[in-house]
Ligand binder design. Structure first.
Ligand code: FPP
Length: 246
């Protein structure tokens, strides 16, 4: 049992998003402000990921997606990329040990094929062993890009057309949704991006068509449960119309 074992802290609204996605931004600036190497920011960021993911699990958010590494992040120094991959590996080992305890289901979205064999094996084990869990679904976006995801989907669909299994006239929005990494999951209700940047950066571009956004200047390593509760309260007061009238 955790800190929030009564399921709701009194700062929480009664309506919670079913799916929350988070862009963990600002690790580098957090470190720079303190005269530390960027890698120190990522270490703090990875720890904060644990805090926030555990909290979301405890308050009963059913789906969460975290942007850990984009298809563009390879442009960073080898030292920085290696550190992020090391932090990711540490977390995977930890998650593997705790799958039964947390009852979380983990899914890795993105192109895993270029990651090390060790990381790929860990991710595969976690996905297989957690597939039966019926708790929170955690999507970790690693070597992920929204355009890459849609390109994969197009290839899958084109192959089915080529095999004679699908008529082009029968392709619908549902066909696309069924061929992306988050298939069978609801689209994110709320996308959170801290650190003062106001963009999606190639994150969940198909799934975010009707998502609500929450931006704030706080840097990810400083983003607390209080900040998250602020986002949840803002979300609860939004009017979602999905293109209709209310
Ligand atoms: C964005 O901040 C953050 C990343 C590109 C990496 C996020 C990775 C982690 C939090 C660690 C991964 C491991 C786990 C377990 C999730 P930035 O570096 O772009 O910050 P800046 O904009 O201030 O430079």
């Amino acid at each position: 049992m955790g800190l929030f074992n009564n399921k709701k802290s009194n700062e929480l609204p009664s309506v919670l998003p079913e799916h929350i996605a988070i862009i963990m931004d600002g690790n580098g600036r957090w470190a720079k402000k303190r005269g530390l190497p960027r890698t120190a920011g990522h270490k703090r960021g990875a720890n904060n990921f644990r805090t926030i993911a555990n909290y979301l699990n405890e308050i009963g958010v059913k789906y969460m997606t975290f942007y850990a590494f984009s298809t563009e992040n390879w442009k960073r120094s080898k030292d920085e990329v290696d550190t992020i991959m090391e932090l990711f590996k540490d977390y995977l080992n930890e998650a593997l040990d705790r799958l039964n305890e947390t009852n979380m289901r983990m899914i890795f979205i993105g192109d895993k094929s270029v990651l090390t064999d060790e990381l790929q094996a860990l991710m595969e084990r976690i996905e297989t062993e957690s597939a039966k869990n019926d708790g929170t679904v955690v999507n970790m976006a690693i070597n992920y890009g929204g355009r890459q995801e849609l390109t994969f989907a197009c290839k899958e669909i084109a192959q089915r057309v080529k095999n004679g299994e699908l008529n082009p006239e029968d392709i619908t929005e549902d066909t696309i949704s069924a061929n992306i990494f988050t298939k069978d999951q609801p689209d994110p209700d709320l996308i959170i991006r801290p650190s003062g940047e106001y963009r999606l950066s190639n994150f969940l571009i198909w799934q975010s068509a009707y998502s609500e956004f929450w931006f704030d200047n706080v840097l990810w390593p400083d983003f607390t449960i209080k900040d998250l509760n602020r986002a949840l309260n803002d979300y609860a007061n939004r009017q979602r119309r999905f293109g209709g009238v209310k």
